[in-house]
Design a protein around this ligand. Sequence first.
Ligand code: PNS
Length: 185
Amino acid sequence: MKAVYPGSFDPVTAGHLDIIERAAKVFDQLVVTVFANPSKEPLFDLEERMYMLREATRHIPNVEVDCSTGLLVPYVRRVGASVIVKGLRAMSDFDYEFRMALMNKKLDPDIETVFILTSSQYAYLSSSLIREVASFGGCVTGLVPEMVERRLKEKWPVGNRGQGEHGGNATGARGPNGPHGTGVV
Ligand code: PNS
């Protein structure tokens, strides 16, 4: 069975990788898809996010990395998958994920959303927190793949920290509460 794990992955974290590794054991094929969201200004562009995901998942043979834009459900059909994989960290994720899963079900009743609970050591982790901590020079070792850590340091060299990528805050255009009011992406 083929599944799609969609997300912004801006950037991929150890929490994402944990979900990918576990989902890859459950499904025959897993497509990790970076979704472009025109209403968000990402820190890393699509190519960078895909590159980092590819490098981080190189050791998992049944994982491929792709990107898309627009609605998720027709994309899932297009790639011949029938399952959407989502990671669930806390109750704060639940309301939004619940509504998305129901809407996706409405759009295509044949596609199932399967939730994988985060491992406890990553329950607090999100890309937006990583961006914020890295922008102020905080240590993110172990929370993101090494290559992501290096790229974060390149975005905010010493002396240019606390500025965010564009001179604003580190969370880009998402605002303090994130795109969906949860502040966790
Ligand atoms: O990592 P994120 O930002 O939580 O990922 C959100 C994502 C990409 C999974 C979600 O925004 C999405 O599914 N986007 C595709 C557009 C879509 O289908 N929207 C309707 C969902 S009900």
